[in-house]
Write a new protein. Sequence first.
Length: 221
Amino acid sequence: MTMFYTRVESSRRISWTFMCNGLASIVASFISFGVAHADPTGHPRQWQWYMMFASVLSVLVCILYFWKMPDNPATAYFLTEQEKIDVVKRLRVNQNGIEAKVWKRDQFIEALTDVKIWLFFLFAAVSNLQGGVGVVFGLIIKDFGFNVLETTLLGIPMGAATIIAITFGTTLLHFYPNSRCAIAIFGFVPCTICCFVLMFLPWENKAGLLVAFYLLGTNGK
């Protein structure tokens, strides 16, 4: 991303990329809902139909990406020679070059001894601990008392929560560009509230449990 945009510009565009996770959850829920209407004893099985749909969509996106996405500005087919030069010049503000394919031992050692690198690693590791919830999402929702069809559709708000959280965080970053860490820390507040609500809210309160569970979709976004 930083090969085509400055750091300020790439922050918003990277967030658009992460929004696709929420969009994928919404699309997957609709596909699951449709597949759930297939004959459970027929062939292909319901899960096989889902895998075929997901595989076809993935292959189509890969082909489109391979066909349309250039390696770097110098090979961008939609830019003229002068535009390629202009793009490279404007990216000097990033101070990290366009593309590097040579492994440098001193840079590797510098990265290993940089405290900020390990802090970012710890931040990413902790923020993704709840990622396993997505694997058992359907089981948890079904445990709230919903049937299979309802469970498939109830995954849509989780994706919407992800998109809303990223949009909100990106907007804050636009107005407060030097507060990334503070915004990221603030993003974990809904997840923390979610944990307490899920632990102490009565099991009969389905609406409250669902809202709390959907707050996991913010996940420090």
